[in-house]
Design a protein. Structure first.
Length: 316
């Protein structure tokens, strides 16, 4: 009640001077109307001036007046440099011949190719893959702990690769993985830094995140392999089949892609059999085992043709 009395008191004090005289009230009303009219006219004038004035463009890569220059693409395709590797018959020294190019000038090779303004988007995964060691770094002890499941150890010193094998990998996965490393060394001689890494050629990840979390957890061992997931810390490396998988007659991805395009042009989509086709090893993932349930049966027909190709591991 006291607060309501105070509010009423102050309200009366504010309006009392204007209520005493009708002349003063009329004058106040005219002043208020004049102020509102002046403000309205001023806003219209400012809006008209802004709409009619010429605004200087802000220099940016998206400016219509200063557009970003599009990279010039050479009309003639740049020749593809092939550096063949002829490491046949698994010679006793486990070394490749030395009659390969030993120098390469990327500036001469890329003189007609425009330089990218930024790194490719997928480069950000380098930081994500190495995030577990961002604060601690990687020590020799950490690398040695990855030996438990590794198939081989790769050491590069001054552009030369050294390999120590621990376990035989399935088929020729390790051979084609090392082949890719050798192509990298020959492609960019002197530019591949010295390194020491462990590599596991098995499909499923083994460095589980939960085993290296908590206040007393140790740093995980850095282990490279072909696959990973959200619950593991294995460092992903390109699949060996990128360079070839002769056991099931799969060529390197570049010529394989060309053959797929040629085969794709042999028949129109409307003329093809309406089936989804898949063939692979269902043992390596639970999702693949679920995929087998989509196959044709006496109870269902989902236009799927799924074939299990189980690989048998033979260690000699």
């Amino acid at each position: 009640m006291r607060e309501q009395g105070l509010v009423g008191h102050f309200t009366e004090m504010i309006w009392r001077p204007f209520m005493k005289s009708s002349a003063k009230s009329s004058t106040l009303l005219l002043v208020v109307i004049f102020l509102f009219a002046g403000a309205f006219v001023s806003m219209r004038s400012v809006t008209t001036n802004i709409a009619s004035m010429t605004i200087a463009p802000i220099l940016s890569t998206t400016s219509h007046k200063y557009p970003q220059k599009q990279p010039e693409i050479s009309k003639t395709p740049r020749p593809k440099i092939e550096i063949p590797l002829n490491c046949t018959d698994y010679n006793p020294t486990h070394t490749c011949p030395t009659n390969y190019p030993t120098t390469f000038n990327p500036e001469e090779d890329d003189q007609d190719r425009p330089s990218p303004s930024t790194c490719p988007e997928y480069f950000r995964w380098i930081h994500e893959d190495l995030r577990p060691w961002a604060q601690t770094g990687i020590t020799r002890e950490m690398v040695d702990r990855a030996k438990r499941t590794a198939n081989f150890r790769l050491v590069i010193v001054k552009g030369k690769a050294y390999v120590e094998k621990y376990q035989k990998s399935f088929q020729t996965r390790d051979v084609f993985t090392l082949w890719g490393i050798l192509q990298l060394l020959r492609r960019y001689p002197g530019r591949v830094p010295d390194l020491d890494l462990m590599f596991d050629c098995v499909d499923w990840p083994v460095i589980l995140s939960k085993a290296y979390s908590g206040p007393n957890a140790t740093s995980p061992p850095p282990l490279f392999r072909y696959c990973g997931d959200d619950s593991s810390l294995d460092i992903v490396f390109p699949d060996w089949s990128f360079w070839g998988w002769p056991e099931i007659n799969i060529k390197p991805w570049v010529p394989l892609m060309k053959e797929l395009e040629e085969g794709n042009n042999r028949a129109r989509w409307v003329d093809r059999e309406p089936y989804a086709y898949w063939k692979g090893n269902p043992v390596v993932a639970a999702t693949r085992q679920d995929l087998l349930k989509c196959n044709v049966s006496d109870q269902q027909e989902w236009n799927a043709r799924v074939y299990a190709q189980v690989c048998i591991f033979l260690y000699i």
